[in-house]
Each structure stands twice: as C-alpha cells, then as structure tokens.
Write a protein that binds this ligand. Sequence first.
Ligand code: PLP
Length: 382
Amino acid sequence: MKRIYLDNAATTPIAPEVLETMMPYLTEQFGNPSSPGQEGRMARLAVENARKSIAKGLNTQPSQLIFTSCGTEANNLAIRGLIKAKKITRVISTRIEHSSVYNTLCDLTWQGQIEFVQLSVDTEGRPDLKELETYLADGHGHTMVSLMHANNEIGTMINLWEVGSICAKYKAFFHSDTVQTMGHYPMDLSEIPVDLMTMSAHKFHGPKGVGMLWMRKDLGLQVIQTGGSHENGMRAGTENVAGIVGMAKAFEMAMQGYEKDSHHIQKISTVLQDGMEKLGAIRHGSKDQNRLYTVLSMGFPDTERSKHLLLELDIAGISVSAGSACNSGKTSKVMAAIHVEQMVNIRFSFSRYNQLPQIHRVLDIIQYQLIGESITAENSIV
Ligand code: PLP
C-alpha cells in the first residue's frame, strides 16, 4: 500500500511540474550565472526571471530578494547581517522560534554580541505583545525583534501588522521567520510593516537546498559570508540555478492554487481533528483562526497504548512527526513553553496532495491503536 505522507511541515514532495521546469538546468543548461559566455548568460537569465516572478507574486522589487541555500541560511543572514549593519545590541524574540533563529540568538549571546530577551508565550503559543511594548518603551535603542509568523510545531500565528506597528512605533527592526507561511498565503510585501522575511522552497513543493531572504528597500543589510559578489554582493556563492528556477515555479503554482488548496486542506484537517477529538485527543496551539491551516498538532492522553502511536502509524505506512523534524528525538521546547505535560503529541501536516480517504485510513489506524477497534460503517468516527 502507498504510504500516506502527513509530515509536510518538515518537507513537501516536489511537484512534477517543478521538477520538469528544473530539468534543463540540471542537464544541458548547466552554465554558471557569473560566466560571461552564452551558457552563463542563459543561466543568469533563468535566475533573474525567477527573481522577477517571485517578486511579482509578493508585490515587491526583484532587487529586494536574496537567494540563499535554505531557510536556515536566510534567517542567519537576516539576523547576523542586521546586527552587524545596525549595531544591534538587543534582540527580542521567544524560546519557541525555530532552531535556525533560536540557536543563532543563543550563539550571538554566548559571543557577548547581544542581549537575548525572551518574551513570555501563553498556553496557545502567542508571544506577549504587552511585554514586547514594555521592553521597547524602555528607550534601549538598537533593538531587533524576531518573531516567527507561524510556529512550525503547533501552527499558532502572529499578526505581522500588529507586531510590525509596535516595532515601528519604537523604531525597532522587525524580522519574521516566514518559512512556514510564504507559499501558503498570498502576501503583499509593499504593505506589511516588516524589515526582513524568509522563505524555503521545500515547504511548498519546491526543491530542498534553496531559500530566500526578502529585505525592506534601503535597509543596508551587511554580508555575513565572504567571497564573490553574487546576489548583488549580498550572498557569496554560485547560485543554485535549477533550485532557484524550481522555487519560482513552485511559488507560482502555490499562489495560483491558494484558494482551492487552502480550502481543501482546511476541510481534511477538520475531519482529522474532529475524529481524533472523539478519541480523547486535544488540539494544541491557537483556538481561534490565527493558525496555520497546514499544521494540526494533537495531544493524546499518555497511556500504554498511545505511547506507541507514532511508531504504529509509521509501521502502518503513515508519516507524521512528534514535532519539528530539525529537533527529532529531543524534548520539544515548544511543548514545554506552552506547558504541555504528560501527553503524546503528534504533528500532522498537510499538502494539496493529501486526500480524504487517506484521512479516514489514518483515523482507522489511530482508533485501532488506541482502543483496539477498527472503524466499521456503523460506528465510524469520521
Ligand atoms: N524556519 C522554520 C519555521 C522552519 O520550519 C524551518 C524548517 O523546518 C526553517 C526555518 C529552516 O528551513 P530550511 O530547512 O530550509 O533550512
């Protein structure tokens, strides 16, 4: 039986159309975009067309995009580059950020470069914005705020306008890790009051190993990696031409299909949530609509049967995750921060390729594992 993949927040399968668009750049059109010859010019054209296409989709200027090797690199460039450029001495963030942000801030703290202020988060994973305002109002200056748009484990989202307006009021810089949301929501970057945002192609059916940093015009970011003058001197290293072309195609498809796909995903996610709630599970994260529709984090009461749920699902051919794929095997700092104790937590994350019959099968397996009964037509929980 074909496996059912519900771990799309970790990575998504590449769309066949994306692979097709990339193939020429992995084969005959192999030029280096910095080379002056015809091969190089063709590669340069492909990179710049991809840049224009993504910029158009985000209503921004192509010059505001810097291609990177992944979301992690984009977050590092945003944080380290801004700290260097603006002599930032304090960064306000939370302990539930992705490790590419959190560990970067810890590293900078250990090096004595910054003070890392960690805002409180409530039991749904929302940062305390009153506390943010209190810190910003203290007149410290040279402050950067880094808050993720959507949490990758529980899906809780911040309002970029709300946080951006608070930052603007106190002249603090605002970076948001948007790796889980860019490609999942339409965004008009000419309007959102943010200085720096990040993207990773493999979260929306693009290839792995390619990402992007968007920066506000005239931000004056500094480089963190020395080498050639690629990416307008902002990011040294030969561009991943096929990857960039693939990211642009994946982004275009994601935006074109947004209405239909988000509706479909919301529908199947609700069916899965309702079914699991009937089996005693609870949903983690935001209870209102401020949550990422692709992520469903559920907690099951810790019992002898539920303990093995993740493994049993895997054996049954269903891929899910206990939390963030980057930290598998470790106790989740997100669950600790939102005070989830003594629960078996599973993150289900969806893509446009998931279908309702798959959800019914997942519920069947979970019910069987938890109470030893399969779902029949009469007592179906779905
Ligand atoms: N930020 C968030 C919120 C993520 O979920 C991830 C990946 O899981 C990253 C950053 C890192 O992206 P990449 O895997 O492209 O380095």
